[in-house]
Structure formats: C-alpha cells, structure tokens
Design a protein around this ligand. Structure first.
Ligand code: PLP
Length: 379
C-alpha cells in the first residue's frame, strides 16, 4: 500500500499512539479536579503546553489547545470579529483558503461584516500590493494561509507582516496547518503574526487535536463558553491524552526537520520532473512551493476516475482536498489560479510525509504510466 494523501491526514506514529494509550489508562483524571488524579492530569497538560511552546519558539501562555485546525480557524476569525466589531467590520483573506476560513468569512458576511478576497496569480500566490490596497480604516483582521492545501503554494507571510507593522491594531491570522514542519514560520515575539492555527493529525498526531497560537496581549472572544478551561478562553474538558500525544508528534516532526524537508522535496521534484514528460499532464504545483504537495491533472480524465484507478493499485491519493473531494465541485484554488474548469476537474493531489520513499514514488509513476496508456486517447 502506498499512502500519498498526507495532506488529508497522516498515519498516527506508533510512539504517539502509545503516549495516548498510556495517558488514557494511567492519567485519566480531569485536569480541573482538585484531587491527586486531577493534579496529575493538569501537570501533564501544562508540561505538554510547555513542550509545544518551546518547539514553536513562543510563550506557554500563548498556546491554546483546540479540537482541530477547523476550530482554530473559526476561533481566530469569529473570535476576532466578535471582539473587535465595535472598531470595524472589515476583514481581508484570500480566494484560496481552506473551507474552515472561507466558510467562517461567509458566515460573518451574512452577519454584516465585509470581506475582501485577495486574488492569486497563476502559481497560487497573492501580491503584496493587493494586500496594501485592501487595508481600510475599519479593517480588523487579515487571515492568510501559509501553505495552500490543494497546490502547496507558499504565501509571503513575512512580507504581509511587514505591511501590517504600520497597522498595529489589525489582527494577523495565519492558517499554518499545512505549513508546520514544512516551511519556515516565525512566531517569535518580533514576528507580526498574532494568531496561527495548527492541527495534530496533519503531523502524525491524533484527529481531534490542535492548537491555536495567540500572541501575548492579543484578545479574541471565546467561542466555547463554559467551565473556563484554557484560562477562560476555550471551555471544555481538555483532551489530555490527545494533547500529550500531539506534543510528542510535534517533537518528532521537528527532530531533524531540515533533512526531512529535503527528503520530501527530493521525492516531490522527482515526481514533478517525471510527470512533466507526459504531454497530457498539467502540473499546478511549483518547485518553490511546499515540499510535500504535487497537484496535477491528466487532461480529459476526471480527478475521481484517476483516484479510483490508483486505488485499484493500492495507491491512495486525493482529488485536490479531502474536504471538497466528496462534494464533486472542482477546486476553488485552481479556479482562483485561472485554470479552466475542464482541466481543473482532472486535478489530483499527491501529498507526502517524512516517511514517504523514493521507491514509493517510482511505483506510483509505474502505475501512472499504465493509467496514461489506458486513458491517453480520451479527449
Ligand atoms: C490549510 C488547512 N486548514 C485547515 C484545515 C482543517 O484542519 P482539521 O482537519 O484539523 O479540521 C486543513 C485540513 O485539511 C487544512 O489543510
């Protein structure tokens, strides 16, 4: 079996699963309980927070555990909107965001907020001049993903941050779900990023885990009200076992990070170079993009047909993003990149992780050669 759908989710690492099971079995108290079992769970929770903060280069007080990337995005956006609506109701984002951002923005539009959607060029990248032009006196939030989940384009986050230095009251949110451990991301005290979203299951942690970075001094309204966990900002009994397991997964992700990135880049470049030899293949990812994503189409063949043809060979890939793949709508990122819809409907995404191998890429290309032979005469 070849699993090349790591942007949808990753295999849980064995030692991460072991951590989850051990904590579930041996430290199953509620961190809010006053007794010893509660203290133990709380101790582990704070230790995990410390570990995550230290890996990310931020303060412990800036890490808030969530249930997913989707929750982090919703919280950053709607929490900012609720907190800052008395100062302004204008938000800026891009045309290629994950639905967790896009749908949050649409919901806010229905409530009377205004949203500017920044266009992207043919490589799926925004322009800084568009960011500058979009800012208004009533802008309260700029939300831009670091790495696009469909084609892997990298956005100029540092440069956007530089622009926003002149606008200190605007919150700058970065969806870093596909970026962490793959591309540089500076969350240090000098960085202009105020909020950043992460998801545990994208880096060999468990589903249902994630964290939101909230810069010290920045305030967003809570979305989950209740017992006051996470310093009153995100209520709900903490998933201590999942959090401890995620902290371990994050540590593993950053262990020999540069070598892992180079390894994925090497496989990605090999796949791109080989696929480029086929005249009916359109490649939408660029080599300067994220090291783990190749999005391409085989002209005339619908993406789901390719996905199922690969599945027959025990190779698992996606039609662009896992979230939209069941809805049968073509990729909104490719539409924003001005890819004609006839070509975009053929798009598939191969996404790698640090355990992917060159051998797997070769097998993938062998299967692709067969598929191409079968389908090449289809117009
Ligand atoms: C860029 C991006 N943001 C947010 C999410 C949502 O994360 P989760 O699956 O943890 O809800 C994803 C998941 O694919 C993603 O790729």
């Amino acid at each position: 079996m070849i699993y090349f759908d790591n942007s949808a989710t990753t295999q849980v690492d064995d030692s991460v699963l072991e951590t989850f099971m051990k904590v579930s079995q041996k430290m199953n108290g509620n961190p809010s309980s006053l007794h010893q079992l509660g203290d133990m769970a709380d101790g582990l929770l704070q230790q995990s927070r410390k570990q995550v903060a230290s890996i990310m280069g931020v303060q412990e007080s800036e890490i808030f555990f969530t249930s997913s990337g989707t929750e982090g995005d919703n919280w950053a956006i709607k929490g900012t909107a609720i907190e800052k609506m008395r100062y302004g109701k204008h938000l800026i984002t891009t045309t290629i965001e994950h639905p967790a951002v896009k749908e949050s923005m649409l919901q806010l539009e229905q409530l009377g907020f205004e949203v500017t959607y920044l266009p992207v060029n043919a490589e799926g990248v925004i322009s800084i001049s568009d960011v500058k032009a979009a800012i208004r006196p009533d802008t309260i939030l700029v939300s831009i993903m670091a790495v696009n989940n469909e084609v892997g384009s990298i956005q100029p986050i540092e440069e956007v941050g530089e622009v926003l230095r002149d606008y200190p009251t605007i919150h700058f949110h970065v969806d870093a779900v596909q970026a962490v451990g793959k591309v540089p991301l500076n969350l240090s005290a000098t960085s202009r990023i105020d909020l950043a979203t992460f998801s545990g299951h994208k880096f060999h942690g468990l589903k249902g885990t994630g964290f939101l970075y909230i810069k010290r001094g920045r305030v967003i309204a809570p979305l989950l009200s209740g017992g006051g966990q996470e310093k009153g900002r995100r209520s709900g009994t903490e998933n201590v076992a999942g959090i401890a397991a995620m902290a371990r997964a994050l540590r593993l992700l950053f262990d020999q990070k540069e070598q892992k990135i180079a390894h994925q880049k090497h496989i990605r470049d090999y796949l791109m170079d080989e696929l480029a030899n086929y005249s009916k293949v359109h490649i939408f990812s660029a080599k300067q993009g994220a090291p783990h994503i190749v999005c391409f189409a085989l002209g005339g063949i619908r993406g789901e047909v390719s996905v199922h043809a690969f599945e027959k060979e025990a190779i698992f890939i996606s039609t662009t993003s896992a979230c939209s793949s069941r809805s049968k709508t073509s990729s909104s990122t490719l539409a924003a990149m001005n890819v004609p819809s006839k070509i975009a409907t053929g798009a598939v995404r191969v996404s790698l992780t640090d355990t992917s191998t060159l051998e797997e890429a070769k097998q993938f290309l062998n299967s692709f050669a067969k598929l191409y032979e079968n389908f090449k005469d289809i117009k």
